[in-house]
Design a protein around this ligand. Sequence first.
Ligand code: R5P
Length: 299
Amino acid sequence: MADLEGLKVSKDYHVNVPFANQKGFFLKGINSLDWGMKKHMANIFNPESGNTVMFAFDHGYFMGSTAGLERLDLLLPQLAPYVDCFMGTRGALRTCVPPEIVKSVALRVTSGSSMIQDDLSHEIVAVDIEDAIRMNADCMAVQTFIGADGQLSSLENLNRVINAGMRYSIPTMGVCAVGKDMARTDRFFKLATRIIAEMGVQVVKTYDCENFEEVVAACPVPIVVAGGKKLSEPDALKLAYGVIQKGARGVDMGRNIFQSPHPVAMAQAVSMIVHKGATDKEALEFYQDEIHKEAQPNR
Ligand code: R5P
């Protein structure tokens, strides 16, 4: 029985102490896995910076045609040079990404909800492992609802995908979903990210929160951070800078890139923060210079 009464609050995160079992590979939690897993992880995460810019455009799987993603066939080739990984559905990837574009792929494999429903927490595993292999997926993304009505089926989905991924050395990315009744507190994210990691995923995608560095410290695999709702460009860059400073190994950003009036410049600015150690202010200056150049192409 879970001992809810008198539960001791976790506090010893040792946020400044590096992960201890990392010898031999540049990403935490991956050291003991085989060559194939490591190769996929090194496709997603740049071995020099240790970080990744994933571009998330999987919104259509439950939102339909989304502002900024109306024409994936036009947008994706423009962004490809500036991001490390495309995160999308098999339908979007197969139809809109020319196979000549060399980019790692985070393949969304669960679906089953749509935004006109009240409860989005019930999904199925829609893509089987054979199709993930055919698509050369570098990881399989599974929406995971902790504390929501669909928690059990969601964890069943997650474990099915992890088990299949372990058979063929394809990493799984657990996408920490925030159910409609859940508060975005560090308490929730510490619970959810750790449960997802202990199921056996190789990457966790989650959100920024208070004490985010403790969420990172307590999660034994790399964390990437979703951008969430569209913010102003300065705020989105501040978010990216903040989470990288606190130990995230990258971002998996969607709306804050594709809903920017200048998505290519925004992707480049985010990449400066993630890979080059730029501050949000430096990245914003770059972004502003780029849009100035766009406005005056002949100067
Ligand atoms: C959410 O379920 C999807 O995985 C999105 O791809 C994710 O939320 C990242 O996109 P955004 O930065 O727009 O939140």
